[in-house]
Design a protein around this ligand. Sequence first.
Ligand code: HEC
Ligand code: HEC
Length: 342
Amino acid sequence: MKNFSTIFFALMVIVFCSFKINRSTQLTAVPDTSIELLLTSLGEPKSQHYIESVDPIKVKKGESLIKNGFAKEGIFRSKIISTYFTCVDCHSLNRESEDSRKTSPEDRLNYAIKTNQPFYPGSTFWGIYNRTSWYNGDYIKKYGDIISEARTSLSESIQVCAKYCSAGRFLEDWEVEAILHYFKSNELKLKDIQFDEQTQVLLNNANRNEKQQKELYNKLVNSFKRKEDASFLNPMSRDDRKYGQNGDPKRGEEIFDRSCLHCHFQGRVSHLKLDKDLLTAKWFVKNLKDYKDETLYQIIRYGTYTMAGRNQYMPLYTKEKMSDGQIEDLVAYIKQLANSNE
Ligand code: HEC
Ligand code: HEC
């Protein structure tokens, strides 16, 4: 009988403990907690590109593919993705705005200045792992069917950009996987996103009920961008152009340095060499009233397209990546440069 009660007691302890353990599987959130882990613990299904744990070797290869266009396997080098571009010509690898919810062109430029980074036409790879759709908005107009799968698949987006945006080739499976591992290593953590006090309270509440779990989930997914919007604009009409009148030349110079020169300095990825010379500025000013590639108002909104025998092209800037006001800032700077007597 004594034995029985001991066993019974032991059983009770086990049941009680497992109950305890069960309750405590609710994730304790610390600044380094992965957003993916948090969201899946709150019931979100795992994404198609879900990676359980990062493989540092794959991360290194992915990073090299992104930065150099190839990766090393022992003494061998993999085939280059594109002879024209690397991913980092158009995409940042870092945070791009102070507040994870706000990625207006003005926010992005302020942050680029503050952290001394380029000002890119593409969206950053930082946190791209946590997005749920890609190539949004008007990109369908530019790429049509090519992006129909890319919209809901990160792997497909990588393929589209390797082949089309980079004027390169489709990637092999190991290359896509390596890039995904790099993206996973660059995923969002709790400390990276901005949330309100209520969210904080919910996060700290270890005994959340189901309703509160849902509330927390909704708050978290609204604390960062799960997709980057993309709206194409037409070039401002001749009448709408202010020719830099109220533009801020200082900000314009930042755009010229951090965006245009990032690709055009000494003709890095383009035949067109841009610099901060009087002649360059005069060339732009001469064309300001037109509707052609040499017109700042137009080249920024349309970019250029690849042609037979000329694979480099310039990506267009969407409304989300450069505002009309910023174009006026750039024009103000170019006019100031044209009027200076060096
Ligand atoms: C010449 C410019 C350019 C190059 C080079 C380039 N991309 Fe892109 N990429 C873009 C633009 C423009 C978009 C449109 C969507 C956005 O980023 O806002 C895009 C979108 C993407 C997206 C979807 C982003 C989103 O949130 O919608 C992925 C993923 C991507 N690129 C991966 C790559 C990879 C990987 C490489 C290198 C192999 C690469 N890109 C090279 C310009 C470029
Ligand atoms: C991602 C790289 C990239 C960025 C950023 C970029 N360009 Fe370009 N641009 C190109 C490429 C590539 C071409 C195609 C020209 C060629 O064939 O080499 C081009 C073409 C042009 C042309 C047309 C040239 C011609 O002969 O028709 C102009 C003008 C121009 N860019 C201006 C700008 C300005 C102004 C900015 C900044 C707002 C800018 N570019 C930003 C890559 C870039």
